[in-house]
Design a protein around this ligand. Structure first.
Ligand SMILES: NC(=O)c1ccc[n+]([C@@H]2O[C@H](COP(=O)([O-])OP(=O)(O)OC[C@H]3O[C@@H](n4cnc5c(N)ncnc54)[C@H](OP(=O)(O)O)[C@@H]3O)[C@@H](O)[C@H]2O)c1
Length: 333
């Protein structure tokens, strides 16, 4: 990776302590940027220590406190920046109050951040959206179907199915594009699927937990579901290229491969024969089919995606190193 590609540039990353954002901060520092990292509580070492420990952080990392739900909260952090990466948004599944916990922080938070960016005349804002805002439109998803950037999720469907996280990302991206159109703010969205790979932060995030649940003996079955998977380092780099490549525009799906849980288990079994793994599907229904996600547009930014097997291995090694799981070594790697 090119080091010190952008000496002197000033970037803001929102929700910087999170899984993906921490990697964006790391890669920005590696490329010579000065980084303003927003967190909700700068006094919480669990949210900041791993950022302060990054190479270059001592001289070029500045922490700002900001909350998505407080209007104007991001004004100070984005003022004077060359670019803003808006990544903060809650990602978890067991919600009691979808509006307060997911929808408002996602939608109002995005508009809040974009409002601050407009005031500060930010040249380009890279917004972390999701494949959740792309692929949930009721069209069949089968092995021969290629999902691409022309697909848009239909909010009414996820609302009906109570898929609150999917709805939050769909509405947030919709709001971002409307804001861009109404105000002339240049935005680019990055739309990854389930993000896996090494954790920089000390806490467990939702997508890494999906791998942990397969390997920690918590269930004798695996879900009957197929997800797209992608490496966190690729996702972070996609964000940065979306700013650095002047012609970058619109949305970018970032998905290495779609795989059913049964295949994830098979890959893990081959690499780690000593880890006890679930050996049957959670139900007797036909396996939810895989589908394809186009890589053409993300490749146009010069990004090649890490193979799924490598990403799984990096996730497992990281979960082990951070103490989320213990297992006998003796892998087939
Ligand atoms: N991981 C995935 O598989 C995946 C896939 C596609 C898209 N995404 C998107 O990527 C982004 C980051 O996800 P992640 O997986 O890295 O999640 P994460 O580790 O849980 O990070 C979420 C971040 O959002 C911040 N946040 C939540 N509510 C906030 C609020 N009210 N005000 C300010 N900050 C708030 C959190 O800040 P604090 O730490 O200060 O609480 C945290 O840093 C999200 O937009 C998510 O939708 C994730």
């Amino acid at each position: 990776m090119s080091s010190k590609a952008a000496p002197g540039k000033l970037a803001c990353v929102t929700g910087a302590s999170g899984y993906i954002a921490s990697w964006i901060v790391k890669l920005l520092l590696d490329r010579g940027y000065t980084v303003r990292a927003t967190v909700r509580n700068a006094a919480d070492p669990k949210k900041t220590q791993h950022l302060r420990a990054l190479d270059g952080a001592k001289d070029r990392l500045h922490l700002f406190e900001a909350n998505l739900l407080e209007e104007g909260s991001f004004d100070a952090a984005v003022h004077g920046c060359d670019c803003v990466f808006h990544t903060a948004s809650p990602f978890y599944n067991n919600v009691k109050d979808p509006k307060a916990e997911l929808l408002d922080p996602a939608v109002k938070g995005t508009l809040n951040v974009l409002g601050s960016c407009k005031k500060a005349s930010i040249k380009r804002v890279v917004v972390t959206s999701s494949i959740a805002a792309v692929a949930y439109n009721g069209k069949p998803r089968t092995p021969d179907v290629v999902v691409d950037e022309t697909w848009f999720s239909v909010p009414e469907l996820s609302e009906k199915q109570k898929q609150w996280y999917v709805l939050s990302k769909t509405l947030a991206e919709e709001a971002a594009w409307k804001f861009s159109k109404d105000n002339g703010t240049d935005i680019v969205t990055i739309n990854p699927a389930m993000v896996i790979g090494p954790l920089l932060q000390p806490s467990l995030n939702t997508s890494a937990e999906a791998i942990l649940k397969i390997i920690n003996g918590s269930s004798s079955t695996y879900p009957n579901f197929s997800f797209g998977w992608v490496n966190v380092k690729d996702v972070a780099l996609a964000h940065i290229l979306a700013y650095e490549v002047p012609s970058a525009n619109g949305r970018y799906c970032v998905v290495a491969r779609v795989a059913h849980y049964s295949e994830m288990v098979k890959i893990i079994r081959e690499m780690y024969p000593n880890i006890p793994l679930p050996d049957k599907c959670a139900n007797d229904l036909p396996l939810v089919p895989i589908y394809q996600v186009s890589k053409e547009k993300i490749r146009s930014l010069g990004l090649e995606l890490t193979p799924l097997e490598t990403s799984i291995q990096e996730t497992i090694e990281s979960l082990k190193e951070k103490g989320f799981v213990t297992f006998e070594s003796g892998s087939n790697l």
